[in-house]
Design a protein around this ligand. Sequence first.
Ligand SMILES: Nc1nc2c([nH]c(=O)n2[C@H]2C[C@H](O)[C@@H](COP(=O)(O)OP(=O)(O)OP(=O)(O)O)O2)c(=O)[nH]1
Length: 136
Amino acid sequence: MNDPSTAEPRVVVGAAIRDGRAILAAKRAYPPELAGLWEFPGGKLEPGETEPEALRRECREELGVEITVGERVLGDLATGGGRFTLRVYYADLAGGEPHAKEHAELRWLLPEELDSVPWLPGNRPAVEAIRAALAE
Ligand SMILES: Nc1nc2c([nH]c(=O)n2[C@H]2C[C@H](O)[C@@H](COP(=O)(O)OP(=O)(O)OP(=O)(O)O)O2)c(=O)[nH]1
């Protein structure tokens, strides 16, 4: 029943927090196979939680900030070898300054700097969509 090879992918939400033209990127500290790769703050949806609720909870836990969740960046992205469905939302800071409570590092990246960090492979289409949107 819980055979991972047949399980539905679990939803993971990520917050593309914007400040003017910059987007907040976060460097993973764990697990070892993902450490050093960059992502959007976020995580797995808990049972009964909406996607905006999960994003607000994760941003509190990981960054110590309140956010307002905005529009979806693009459609579903398969990640983690098909184990996860990644949904990225734009978000805006609504309280506090982000601190890396669980990440190795945080960086505000302008659209032309988005390629300067190695992203988790599943994030590439979202990063491209953000770059295109911010370049408009
Ligand atoms: N948070 C986040 N996870 C991502 C992104 N892109 C991507 O492929 N992932 C993958 C990495 C992980 O395998 C998975 C989410 O795991 P996570 O460790 O962030 O989730 P979580 O906070 O709920 O973690 P945990 O409590 O289970 O440790 O999704 C992204 O932009 N943000």
